[in-house]
Design a protein around this ligand. Structure first.
Ligand SMILES: Cc1cc2nc3c(=O)[nH]c(=O)nc-3n(C[C@H](O)[C@H](O)[C@H](O)COP(=O)(O)OP(=O)(O)OC[C@H]3O[C@@H](n4cnc5c(N)ncnc54)[C@H](O)[C@@H]3O)c2cc1C
Ligand SMILES: *[C@@H]1O[C@H](CO)[C@@H](O)[C@H](O)[C@H]1NC(C)=O
Ligand SMILES: *[C@@H]1O[C@H](CO)[C@@H](O)[C@H](O)[C@H]1NC(C)=O
Ligand SMILES: *[C@@H]1O[C@H](CO)[C@@H](O)[C@H](O)[C@H]1NC(C)=O
Ligand SMILES: *[C@@H]1O[C@H](CO)[C@@H](O)[C@H](O)[C@H]1NC(C)=O
Ligand SMILES: *[C@@H]1O[C@H](CO)[C@@H](O)[C@H](O)[C@H]1NC(C)=O
Length: 489
């Protein structure tokens, strides 16, 4: 062992030692880059930006994915962290596996369909190599008013068309033409020259300003003079199954979106897989089972930053935060951030899966085979909003999915079913009550703090949450593009 003598020599040794250390670092870094010695101590480079995303539903997952695309070739090095309270990616997209007989059936507990003009969902399905669920053959729709079927589809398409024409005249055609027009207007959201920060401005830019200002009933009946029985027998059953709302408590845009499912699609194995791929391909760090507890705006050497604390009690500082869950259900404590905007109320929806056979007696049919596979309802039906057949099982039973506003008890199932053997229940805060004239929450709550779900009171679907996510990715990119240009010079 070498013992250093204390004295004047000691200072010289220290200086030599430091010089040696510096040389080692410079030599080491020189192999790969020209990062200066002191930079080597920083975990990330000069142009690194950290983004926290709260929530791994379609809103948060799409934000992460489009952020990674936007910054793919940028000199800004992006580090994204996704906090997710549950242990699942997908949020309100959630699959349930039901083992039965010799196989496992997969059903959607939450969001189940999207349509051809939903470009984010369609492109993702194609890009990620997912298959569409095969549409079941001969699915008939019946409209139940609580006492009887007011309309029943037959197996023959042309007979159905004649039946509708006979009963409702040209009302269906008029409503269909209007729906197409609204959908076409919405499509310009995919070609906006710049990202939006205000939902009201967006709605007027799309030419869809007045639809969220009126109830669907007022809009169709008074403004457009649509024959009323068609509204209660067809349009309202659609708003009831899609948004658990009647025509007098949903805005007209919500009404048109409910009528839009032309070419309805779902992904084999579950829609949540799109979100899993979005998250995976974004390269983000995912913290599952980690609920954000608090977000605090802070000033770090003149720059606005956000300190995020998760349920793991770890605090981390970010350059930007994206909130991708309805704010009132997050239980986050916000500090120094103005979240003082009116709350958007959400609908509670009970989803019940049952294995069994529906009662032909309850539905006043001669046999259960003749019952429609989809039963929608008018507002006079109080027990349930819709009943759908998810799978017909080889033994004659079916997997049935029921939406209701109240919980279905065993006694209710005994009434609705000839026989039933298995039940699974899920309660959701499903979607906003799409009331007319709600104040939209801000898209940008503060500089560097964004809110994906501000889109929901306008339209709440998987696709529109992806539209909102990709828009926020654009906003963040625009914000840091300046850094990018400077770096390139
Ligand atoms: C029964 C039902 C049927 C539906 N049907 C359809 C349909 O057919 N087609 C369609 O397009 N849409 C449908 N929807 C609507 C659709 O599901 C939603 O519009 C969409 O999924 C919302 O996505 P999101 O990412 O904005 O929110 P969410 O999916 O709710 O994701 C938010 C996530 O944030 C997490 N989170 C919350 N708080 C915290 C916290 N503090 N820290 C960390 N994480 C947190 C939550 O756990 C959740 O995973 C349906 C919804 C339901 C419930
Ligand atoms: C980034 O560069 C790759 C390879 O050159 C290219 O394929 C990709 O399209 C670019 N992405 C963006 C967002 O410019
Ligand atoms: C599963 O059982 C059904 C009959 O109940 C049979 O027709 C089918 O071939 C079986 N499938 C497999 C993979 O064993
Ligand atoms: C979907 O894909 C088409 C064709 O590649 C592309 O033009 C379009 O921009 C994509 N849209 C979205 C929303 O990803
Ligand atoms: C919503 O606001 C608009 C514009 O102020 C008004 O014309 C309309 O009647 C309002 N709608 C409802 C349902 O109150
Ligand atoms: C994405 O998935 C692949 C394959 O399952 C896995 O190897 C990889 O680690 C995942 N990447 C991220 C960032 O989660």
């Amino acid at each position: 062992m070498v013992a250093f003598k204390l004295g004047s020599n000691n200072r010289l040794l220290t200086v030599l030692y430091v010089i040696l250390l510096v040389l080692i670092f410079v030599a080491y870094d020189g192999e790969t880059s020209n990062v200066a010695y002191f930079e080597a101590f920083k975990p990330v480079g000069k142009n690194a930006k950290k983004v926290a995303i709260i929530g791994a539903g379609i809103g948060g997952a799409s934000t992460a994915y489009y952020l990674s695309k936007a910054f793919a070739n940028s000199s800004v090095h992006l580090q994204t962290t996704i906090y997710e309270r549950s242990f699942h990616i997908g949020g309100r997209c959630r699959a349930l596996e039901i083992p039965y007989g010799n196989r496992t059936y997969i059903v959607e507990m939450g969001a189940s369909i999207f349509v051809d003009v939903n470009y984010h969902m369609m492109n993702a399905t194609k890009e990620f190599g997912f298959k569409f669920k095969k549409p079941p053959a001969d699915m008939r729709v019946g409209i139940w008013d609580g006492e009887q079927f007011v309309f029943e589809e037959s197996k023959w398409y042309y007979l159905n068309v004649l039946k509708v024409l006979w009963k409702y005249g040209l009302a269906p055609l008029r409503v269909k033409t209007m729906t197409r027009d609204k959908v076409n207007r919405f499509l310009s959201v995919y070609n906006l020259p710049s990202p939006f920060t205000d939902m009201l401005l967006l709605s007027s830019a799309l030419g869809l300003e007045s639809e969220p200002q009126h109830t669907a009933e007022h809009y169709l009946k008074n403004l457009n003079n649509v024959y009323h029985p068609y509204l209660s027998h067809f349009v309202e059953p659609a708003t009831r199954v899609n948004y658990a709302s009647n025509l007098d408590d949903i805005h007209a845009l919500g009404g048109f979106i409910s009528l839009a499912p032309e070419g309805a699609k779902g992904i084999e194995g579950g829609n949540y897989q799109v979100m899993v791929e979005f998250v995976n391909r974004s390269g983000a760090t995912v913290k599952l089972g980690n609920a954000v507890k608090s977000v605090k705006k802070i000033d770090e050497r003149g720059e606005t930053k956000y300190e995020v604390v998760g349920s793991d009690e770890k605090a981390e500082v970010f350059d930007a935060v994206v909130l991708a869950a309805p704010i009132q259900f997050t239980n986050i404590h916000f500090e120094n951030i103005n979240v003082d905007f009116p709350e958007i109320p959400y609908r509670t929806l009970h989803v019940t899966f049952v294995i069994g056979q529906l009662s032909s007696k309850y539905f006043k049919h001669s046999s259960h085979e003749s019952l429609p596979e989809y039963i929608l309802t008018t507002r006079t039906s109080t027990k349930f909003n819709s009943i759908g057949t998810s799978h017909i099982l080889p033994d004659g039973n079916s997997i049935i999915k029921i939406f209701s506003e109240k919980e279905l008890m065993d006694g209710d199932l005994d009434e609705l079913f000839e026989r039933w053997s298995w039940v699974h229940k899920k309660v959701w805060k499903a979607y906003p009550q799409l009331l007319p004239n709600q104040t939209y929450p801000p898209v940008k709550i503060e500089d560097g703090f964004y809110y994906v779900n501000s889109f929901e009171p306008f339209i709440s679907t998987m696709e529109t949450e992806a539209v909102s996510g990709s828009n926020i990715a654009r906003l963040i990119h625009k914000r840091w593009a300046k850094v990018d240009i400077k770096a390139k010079l």
